[in-house]
Design a protein around this ligand. Structure first.
Ligand SMILES: CC(C)(COP(=O)(O)OP(=O)(O)OC[C@H]1O[C@@H](n2cnc3c(N)ncnc32)[C@H](O)[C@@H]1OP(=O)(O)O)[C@@H](O)C(=O)NCCC(=O)NCCS
Length: 330
């Protein structure tokens, strides 16, 4: 396998995940809007999602994932020197969720920042963490992807409320002789940002009027079309530019937006569905949490092994794509 300059000394040294207890099934949604299990499953591959309790927020998802990471790997958190949280649904804009994690786990001397790149957020945060370790300035970075999308979902809109769920995943990166990062890829199409958004202060995106209720709004057809066209091109570009082929990939971990999108990407790239890890059937679309939740399900089934090569591909609001080739070093 060809070595790429991006290959670094940031290794994956621990992993954890969390989903809330409450399940919202397709059958439950039938009681809320005019839909049915068959329609939802056929169009999206989703069976159920986890929904945070009324008093649970994004910070609680983060804490759950970090506690799981501690429990599974017995790691020390006190010497973490940076916390990055990818989320689009923070409890508060500030303090950041990363600062909440710092306080909850009593990390004495770390940087803390939230990354907002929607469904590409976790992969973007991993890329940034790798850069911070590569720079030589930091040694141990906690990266979390966490969402409480249920708090930002319009449960009267049947075209979006069937999609989203809550949860979190956490990955610890540490400076080591053997690194995990092989290659990366990013592409952004900000001109089409109005096709998938969650408003904050402005009533427009680049002059296009938008809904201003802070709930998730999307043009499903446009997002679908965009994803199945651009992601296969991105995968091919990432592999070709860095001297890899699909043969080098053990596991493809796309953002679990929708199974039909994933099937189309696989068909167009020649990646087998058998080597594709998803989490939408159990958890729905969990945005920044979906890729770590897919990894978590595969780890629990003992599918991912040390030394395996993973292709992570986040895509969504922005519209933004962020991908990584990783060697699993755990
Ligand atoms: C949301 C999505 C499942 C809708 O599927 P679609 O085939 O595009 O459906 P459309 O919006 O064209 O609607 C088709 C019909 O189904 C209906 N419909 C929409 N949601 C429905 C639901 N939950 N249950 C039943 N019918 C529904 C529509 O009202 C429409 O009916 P009409 O033809 O009588 O007007 C699909 O567009 C999609 O998956 N898009 C990508 C979403 C995504 O992954 N976003 C996140 C990216 S990060």
């Amino acid at each position: 396998m060809q070595q790429h300059p991006l290959q670094s000394h940031a290794a994956i040294t621990a992993f954890g995940a969390y989903v809330p207890d409450r399940i919202l099934s397709n059958n439950d949604l039938e009681q809320m809007v005019d839909t049915n299990d068959e329609w939802i499953f056929q169009r999206t591959g989703i069976k159920e999602r986890r929904i945070a309790a009324e008093e649970q927020f994004c910070s609680d998802m983060c804490f759950g994932a970090v506690r799981d990471l501690q429990l599974r790997y017995g790691v020390v958190l006190e010497d973490i020197d940076y916390v990055l949280v990818a989320t689009t649904t923070p409890d508060t804009y500030f303090p950041s969720m990363a600062a909440r994690v710092q306080a909850e786990f009593g990390i004495p001397a770390s940087g803390a920042a939230d990354i907002q790149a929607a469904c590409a957020g976790f992969v973007s945060a991993l890329q940034l963490a790798n850069g911070l370790i590569l720079s030589g300035a930091y040694r141990k970075i906690l990266v979390i992807g966490a969402e409480t999308l249920s708090k930002a979902t319009d449960y009267t809109d049947r075209s979006t409320c069937i999609l989203f769920g809550d949860g979190a995943g956490a990955m610890l990166l540490e400076r080591r002789e053997e690194g995990a990062f092989l290659a990366s890829y990013n592409l952004t199409n900000g001109s089409n940002g109005h096709n998938l958004y969650r408003s904050s202060l402005s009533p427009t995106i680049a002059g296009v009027p938008i809904q201003t209720n802070s709930l998730i709004v999307q043009n499903g057809r446009e997002v679908y079309r965009w994803a199945v066209t651009t992601v296969p091109k991105g995968i091919n570009a990432l592999l070709e530019r860095n001297g890899f082929t699909t043969e080098d990939i053990n596991w493809f971990v796309p953002h679990s937006a929708n199974m039909r999108i994933v099937e189309s990407i696989c068909e167009r790239t020649g990646i087998s569905l058998d080597q594709t890890l998803t989490s939408m059937q159990q958890y729905g679309n969990t945005s920044a949490a979906s890729i770590p939740l897919s990894i978590d399900l595969a780890l629990k089934e003992e599918r991912i092994k040390t030394g395996d090569t993973l292709l992570l591909y986040g895509f969504g609001g922005g519209l933004t794509e962020s991908a990584l080739l990783l060697r699993w070093t755990l």
